[in-house]
Design a protein around this ligand. Sequence first.
Ligand code: PEP
Ligand code: MG
Length: 828
Amino acid sequence: MVAITDSLVRLGLTARDKEDAIRQAAAILAGEGSVDPAYGDSMLARERQVPTYLGSGIAIPHGLRGDAGMVRRTAVAVAQFPDGVDWGDGQTVHLAIGIAAQSDEHVQVLAALTGVLQEPELAEALGRTRDKGDILRALGGAAAPAAPSAPAVMPDGYDHRLPAEITGHAGLHARPATAFATLARSFAAEILVGHGGKLANGKSMAALLTLGAERGTVLEIGARGPDGAQAVRALADAVASGLGDADEPEPPAPEARAAAAVPYRGAVRRGVPASPGLAIARTHRLRHAAPAALEEAPAGDPAEEAKRLEAALARAHEELRALQAEVSARSGSKQAAIFLAHQEMVDDPELVGAARARVAQGLSASAAWRAVTDARAREMESLSDKLLAERGRDVRDVGARVVRILSGAPEAPGIVLPEHPVILLAEDLAPSDTAGLDVKRVLGLATALGGPNSHTAILARALGLPAVAGLGEAILQIPDGTEAVLDGDGGVLLPEPDEHDRALAGAARTERQAADAEARAAAYRPAFTRDNHRLETVANIGTPAEAAAAVQAGAEGVGLLRTEFLFLDRDSAPDEEEQFQALHAMTEALRGLPLIVRTLDIGGDKELPYLRLPREDNPFLGIRGLRLCLQRPDLFGPQLRAIARAARAAPAGAVKVMFPMVASVEEYREGRAALEAVRAELGAPPMEVGIMVEVPSVATMADVLAREVDFFSVGTNDLTQYVLAMDRMHPALATRADGLHPAVLRLIGQVVKAAHAEGKWVGVCGNLAAERAACAILVGLGVDELSVSPPSVPELKARIRGLRLADARRLAERALACGTAAEVRALS
Ligand code: PEP
Ligand code: MG
């Protein structure tokens, strides 16, 4: 039985928000030595899985089950917030009852709580009381369980009865009780549950909690009514199978992984780990440059200026419409709505009318437009309504766009950065934004949207920049210049760290740097497992500079050259010669190490505006990758020629070709035939040709394809999104699109078997290859090559050296037998 003691009750607290309140409850427990300091993170992670609001202003934050090891002594702490704390979903909490339980003792407290829950006035009084005794009496007193020996007396008429034993680790706590009540409500029969001399309405979660049923308790389920027999059977079965709670491991929750990381005590913002590493710097919100200091052109003839203004407004409208479509395709229409608002601003009759009037008075088009938009922006910024004041910034943006067009400056101005190093905060980053980042000044990326498979994440890893994605829009309100810690391993951003947290972050960064240095020192040796199994460790690159970086990092070649990066950030496609020069520079840098050139993979999340491809409702399922190239010989031809010429100039066998997004044998054959024709014409040497495994159809047909291809490389980023039907860019789904899902692993295993049967090799070049938890499983599945961003190569090699193939195989077998990604993650 858990006793709540005086020292565990704190009255009259205030909290900034729910996270703060939970941390305070955790701090009470930690202060009494009941839990490790990191337990607060575990409580927050748990809260994100299942909110712990119970009702009547009471919440019961508690840690992840997997973190029971952090609990030194079972205890319950009561944190009272008389002013209330917003718990989300319109709920306000006055009592946060923090539970630290090694097993199921806290069920007694829940039982006591339900008495309070059923008396809202009592709950309200406890939320305000200045007397700890009131709380101790209400929770301690009512908590005494009824004697388990006393039998429950089922009333007459409840003729259908069955016993059922509680098997879940934590007894009949809130979640299983909810499952029970929900199932019970699907029957017409009245249902009672008896235990220890008490009876509870089986359709009420709160009533069920009053039973205080621990693990091993045998409940008596009784039903009265026409479907009573089915009801008791179904409910008894549900209880026997754990009410969804029995052996369910904690989900992978990136936040759970984060919880095990650095135990900051400040109010961290949690997102998804997107790229490892730790940065401590001032924040800076992403802004693009205003057009280069514009020479204010002297006003010409007013009629001419008026025409220029109209043309610039029309062009701005066009640009904004394209931007809206692009953002909408990439991130959804909600995110794109701002560009719709911008379009309305360039059409705003008042703004346009005022600008025209000024032009008529002799001002130049740009001076007139700047004057009216500045005036409007100032007016809005002075409003006390924050939201409206914010819109002032948009008016300035639109103002700058039109002025830039009038100046004849090119479309995409670069990112403006202050002189000092920063952590860049952005809603999301376009691939070209991230690719062009100055890594001397940008030490880390924190984005409101996106997930671990977004291109921001991929590029951040390639640049060796720590990054956290999916942090939520609120980060965009952090004022520029705020000192912050960005923890890419833990997936957190911590603005304004105190001394303690800054020291923790500094120590973690030093530790990481030391580990990196150690791994780098061993990077030039090949990676063998402890039982002498060799894994090819290669790099994913996009530019010639990265080819050199890959060699320096100890990569044994390039497993994936994303050739689309040669096409980004420009107004037209590079021609054959330019592509050849880039490929040649890479083979030179690689000095005979293999270079796997993936042909152009455009479409889906990778767009090239200058190609003006028709909009598609479903770009991820449309004309992309190899499909697009087969339809566009004007793009494919020059690229294949450049590859063949690079192969001709490189050491024998160094250049290999790989087709992306192959969905069928026919597509592969067509691509190979196109390459072969070019190769023969140019007299280039034969090249190995492989395919990316990104589409489930190709994974399932791997046995057929294995007879024709020279190798496979699994693109887990796309394969995961197509297998799980979860868009890798989706703000809400990206975190759940987990490459360690058994469905993905089974397909990889299947491809490896099929390939090895034909003597072909299999690599993995998606992000999963760089995931700590995935390495042993992929090795165990028999994958021959792992391809990661250059900075990750040393660490990957170190990880492989720590494995035993035999153990990895066993682990992989267990992973394949798992039912969920969470179970797979729980294995390691
Ligand atoms: C993949 O899909 O896993 C992959 C490596 O390709 P990309 O991320 O470029 O789509
Ligand atoms: Mg892909």
